[in-house]
Design a protein. Structure first.
Lengths: 416, 344
């Protein structure tokens, strides 16, 4: 039983409902705190600039994972080719910027559109048959993408990678930003500001899509294809649409990666990336919007810390350092020790599938449900509906269904 | 319903082969054969018969390897209902075990491969018991994600243990540097023995599935899980058998191809893509289809890479993708797979 019981509509519950947003806010201002401490508006050290740039990558990959979630989490099809879409978006951006001198922002619709088209084409086989065929198609797409990059070397730079000429096409803060003129290191901070806006737009759009009629149709297809079809859901359109949208969002993520680090190479967008994105998605939480963020953090920070720790364990928490010393001693004798991050990922994935099938987000929700219990209050809901000009729904409808937001899940399970 | 499904499974009822294949399908096959003959004549006219036959045999060589891997994929698909994305890395890991037996311990290569096959079969049985069986067999997404995790763990583990430098894998066959000539093409004895070994392995697998009790149980479970459970078949153990068999076949394929490709943790990933194409083309649930489609894919890869300059060596993997997409669009159940009917 839950320790704390809150009644819906009481001040305590309404304050409590803000907690997720406060967490989001803390996440957002975290990179700014560092630059404030080092004398705002100047961006301090290279180290700090690197951290912010790392955060930017987290946001970009979170967008990529969000796109993948549309296919895996919401339409129940397995896509292993997301790296190809991210890569196509990245290469579209970098080629337009480097060779045709476009601005980064102008490339966003182009790369999203191209990826949408590719997603539609790749999603077509999904129409004919259900199950794992789509996974096979997408996996081979992920395998083929780097070979295509090498084949068209004149366009993509081949094995040398592609980047804009020096001094050109870097994201420079405009004059109205407070940290304009803070030097080269200000660039990541400006990118961070842009990413916040972009990611917010994409996340809100996806959330609204999921809550709209097509989104619900998609979930119905995932849960029971046959009954969805019987209820009038046009299966082919929704499946292909989900795939195309997911690809388009992947393309936007690729553009974002290029905004942060304008360099693309064939080794960046391999089958490994596709699998790691799936790992990030499952660990973060398939079928949850917010799961993309912890998923992306796991994807970026696990290899970062693992590779840091294989060389030097002094940064580890003291207890863990003692316990894992034999492992790292053994690792340091190995030539391929960098691969330990992959082992760790795989084990994390297996643990997630076994213990936390809903990922980190679902785990946190279940934990929260053990501590705090929100009791539904239909009277308050009706009251709120009246003041907001929404026609109140009568008793026949489950009150939980009318509350949108992160709490609705717990509500239904608790009141049931 | 496809009457010619499951080539190597006996269909009772006394139909003749012609009845089973059907006139319409016979016509299709005739058209395909005619097209192939025309293409071959053009190829021979352009570049001479020597090169043509050389490419045919090279394609055959790859094709046999793809057949074996596709066979392993289909075995697990029939057992668990999922595509085992870790199949390539299971085979890679098994090949490394063979390598340890053969090179580090000095066991004769042929015997080391057999021992490695047994070890990987045991390993796969353990994996099935600990990682696959706890899940509801109908929860395909979860099981597939488990195979992805397995892929990551095995691949990175091999990297940590053995490193990423390519190693030469010894061949188990005699006459290793000798070759003979057939239709003007040069064939290494090693290749010939590889073909024979894989053919024997396929034959053994088909005998195992069709003539033994556990094989009967396996076919029963893969065709109807609930009914098999009701008649008293130990489903879990039977599926475990399928995994073990698939791992052994994969290890055999891996250690036969490692001699020509060199051994490193990623050496099977290219092979795996072609085997996916083969398994899809053959129909994911047809063992005979996988073997035939494997050879077709091997030929398609070598021929398109050799004769179409635009494709060359770099775009060859794309042909696998194209084959998969085209097959799924035109004939989703592959050449020999059984069509799926969903009940409402």
């Amino acid at each position: 039983m839950a320790f704390v019981k809150l009644k819906q509509g009481t001040p305590a519950q309404r304050a409590y409902a803000w907690i997720p947003w406060i967490l989001v806010g803390l996440f957002l201002v975290y990179p700014l705190i560092g630059s404030y401490r080092s004398g705002w508006p100047h961006v301090g050290s290279i180290d700090q600039s690197f951290r912010i740039s790392q955060f930017n990558d987290v946001i970009a990959y979170a967008v990529a994972i969000l796109g993948l979630n549309l296919v895996i989490g919401y339409s129940g099809q397995l896509s292993l080719g997301h790296s190809a879409f991210v890569g196509l978006g990245a290469y579209t951006t970098i080629i337009l910027v480097a060779d045709h001198h476009w601005s980064f922002f102008a490339t966003i619709p182009v790369s999203a559109g191209l990826c949408f088209l590719l997603g539609l084409i790749v999603g077509l086989p999904a129409l004919r048959i259900r199950g794992l065929y789509l996974a096979i198609v997408t996996l081979s797409l992920a395998f083929v993408f780097p070979t295509l990059v090498l084949k068209y070397g004149s366009l993509t730079g081949g094995p040398n990678g592609k980047k804009p000429p020096r001094g050109e096409a870097k994201m420079v803060p405009p004059s109205w930003m407070p940290f304009h003129g803070a030097g080269r290191l200000a660039s990541p901070l400006w990118v961070y500001a842009i990413f916040l806006v972009m990611a917010t737009i994409v996340f809100v759009l996806v959330r609204n899509f999921i809550k709209s009629r097509p989104g619900r149709a998609l979930v119905a297809v995932r849960d029971n294809q046959t009954s969805a079809a019987v209820s009038g859901v046009n299966l082919p359109i929704y499946k292909v649409l989900a795939f195309g949208m997911s690809a388009a969002i992947g393309g936007i993520a690729g553009t974002m990666l290029m905004m942060n680090t304008p360099f693309a190479s064939d080794t960046q967008f391999t089958i490994q990336l596709a699998i790691f994105l799936v790992v990030g998605l499952v660990i973060g939480g398939a079928g949850t919007i917010s799961g993309a963020v912890p998923g992306a953090m796991v994807y970026l920070f696990v290899p970062y810390f693992m590779s840091a720790w294989t060389n030097d364990q002094s940064g580890m928490p003291p207890g863990i350092r003692q316990a894992t010393k034999p492992l790292f001693d053994w690792l340091s004798t190995r030539q391929g020790k960098g691969a330990i991050a992959g082992v760790f990922f795989g084990v994390l994935l297996l643990i997630a599938v076994f213990i936390l099938p809903g990922g980190i987000i679902d785990g946190l929700r279940r934990l929260r449900a053990k501590i705090i219990n929100v009791a539904p209050n239909p009277g308050w809901l009706r009251e709120r509906g009246r003041t907001r000009g929404v026609h109140p729904v009568e008793e026949s409808v489950d009150p939980a269904a009318t509350t949108a937001g992160p709490l609705s899940n717990d509500l239904t399970t608790d009141s049931a | 319903m496809s009457a010619a499904g499951n080539l190597n499974e006996q269909v009772s009822g006394g139909y003749s082969l012609l009845d089973r294949i059907g006139k319409k399908r016979l016509r299709n096959i005739a058209i395909i054969v005619a097209v192939l003959v025309v293409l071959s004549i053009i190829a021979i006219a352009n570049d001479g018969s020597e090169l043509f036959f050389q490419r045919v045999f090279d394609g055959l060589n790859n094709g046999f390897i793809y057949s074996a891997m596709a066979l392993a994929l289909v075995l697990i698909y029939k057992a668990t209902g999922v595509v085992n994305f870790a199949q390539g890395d299971m085979a890679m890991f098994g090949t490394f075990i063979c390598y340890v037996y053969a090179v580090n311990m000095g066991i004769p290569v042929g015997f080391a491969i057999l021992l490695g096959m047994a070890t990987s079969a045991l390993g796969a049985a353990v994996i099935e018991r600990t990682l696959i069986r706890p899940f509801d067999p109908r929860n395909h997404l979860a099981i597939t994600i488990v195979t992805l995790g397995l892929l990551l763990v095995l691949n990175s583990m091999a990297g940590v243990i053995w490193g990423y430098d390519p190693r030469a894998f010894p061949t188990p066959f005699p006459n290793r540097n000798k070759s003979f000539h057939l239709f003007g093409a040069q064939i290494d004895y090693t290749k010939l023995y590889t073909w024979i070994t894989i053919l024997v392995a396929v034959l053994l697998v088909s005998l195992l599935l069709n003539k033994t009790k556990i094989g009967l149980a396996f076919r029963s479970v893969s065709s109807n899980l609930e009914s098999s459970e009701l008649v008293g078949i130990h489903v879990g153990r039977t599926l475990q058998f399928g995994w073990a068999l698939a791992a052994a076949v994969g290890t055999l394929a891996g250690s036969l191809i490692a001699n020509t490709t060199f051994l490193d943790p990623n050496f099977m990933s290219r092979v795996l893509i072609y085997s996916f194409a083969a398994a899809t083309l053959g129909g994911l649930d047809s063992l005979g289809g996988a073997v035939i489609a494997g050879i077709i894919i091997g030929e398609v890869e070598t021929m398109s890479g050799g004769y179409i300059a635009f494709i060359g060596g770099t775009l060859a993997p794309t042909t696998a993708l194209v084959v998969i997409v085209v097959v799924l669009l035109i004939r989703p159940s592959g050449l020999f797979g059984s069509k799926r009917v969903e009940r409402v």
